[in-house]
Design a protein around this ligand. Structure first.
Ligand code: SF4
Length: 291
């Protein structure tokens, strides 16, 4: 959408906002720098980078309130579960809303007057139109220009390729539990340093987040980044195993979907575009919240 706007196929955007969780792959930060340098700045569109902190550091800091990631849980009775996802709201939606209020001239906690709003473009394509949602605050009105143009994901890829951006990486936290095996393999096989980083993080959250443990609210059971509920460096990321399929059958709210096992939760983590089913496994309340 930024390129479409910069090249005059969409109206000129006033700003582009990137919500930085502090734990994106290096390829994403490099891509963002390049987008800014080659597309946004020449078109006069400022790229605003907003942040609510570093999700990786916060998870491991006993002093910090941690908005929980959607971790896979193995309960003491062997039953699978998940922790409730709060990170998208905390690390993406909140800092964007804060920035939008500042741009409008009504920083929190001022009241934004009725009738004052921004038009926010969300990059949902036609093959995922069911994700298009309204904003949850009055001062933001969502539009979905790719759907209005009738553009599918492959139209976007074609357009990006024509601009020399064929290798646009997927934006998500490096250790996001929504990754499918293909994404885990890509990290392992192309970026040894980032692989060590996610393996170390996976081991560090096994007993839950640091703040909850320090506050006497430890996780009962074990937490994992991979849906097999095995340590990441032992998880079957090269195959969708029979055991993994069988484990999924204990989770009736989510159908066994080989595509999802391979490529991750389809809708992943996107502000104003989250899919309810992504959170549909039995969730653990109270874990990962402020104690
Ligand atoms: S990418 Fe994953 S871990 Fe990061 S904020 Fe989104 S859901 Fe949470």
């Amino acid at each position: 959408m930024l390129a479409l706007s910069a090249n005059g196929h969409l109206p000129k955007a006033d700003y582009a906002i990137f919500a930085d969780t502090g734990w994106e792959p290096k390829a994403v930060y490099d891509h963002l720098d390049r987008l800014e340098r080659e597309i946004a700045t020449p078109a006069g569109i400022p790229v605003l980078r907003v942040s609510a902190g570093n999700i990786r550091q916060d998870a491991l800091d006993p002093e910090h309130r941690f908005a929980s990631m959607p971790l896979y849980i193995l309960n003491p009775d062997g039953k699978p579960g998940m922790t409730r996802r709060q990170c998208t709201g905390e690390y993406k939606i909140k800092p964007i809303e804060r920035q939008v209020r500042n741009l409008l001239g009504y920083p929190y906690p001022q009241r934004v007057p009725k009738g004052v709003f921004v038009e926010q473009w969300v990059g949902i394509s036609t093959d995922e139109f069911h994700r298009a949602k309204d904003a949850d605050v009055r001062y933001m009105r969502n539009r979905h220009p790719l759907i209005d143009l009738g553009w599918s994901r492959s139209d976007c890829v074609r357009y990006l390729s024509s601009l020399g951006f064929a290798d646009t990486p997927k934006s998500a936290c490096l250790g996001c539990p929504f990754h499918g095996n293909a994404q885990w393999r890509a990290i392992r096989d192309t970026s040894p340093e980032e692989w060590r980083d996610v393996v170390a993080f996976d081991a560090a959250i096994r007993q839950g987040n640091a703040r909850a443990n320090a506050g006497g609210n430890p996780l009962l059971g074990q937490a994992f980044l991979h849906r097999s509920r095995l340590p990441l460096d032992q998880a079957p990321i090269d195959h969708v195993t029979a055991a993994e399929r069988a484990a999924r059958q204990h989770e009736p709210a989510v159908a066994v979907d080989p595509e999802e096992l391979e490529h991750g939760v389809v809708d992943g983590c996107s502000p104003w575009a989250c899919r309810g089913e992504a959170d549909a496994e039995p969730t653990r309340d109270g874990f990962g919240l402020a104690c």
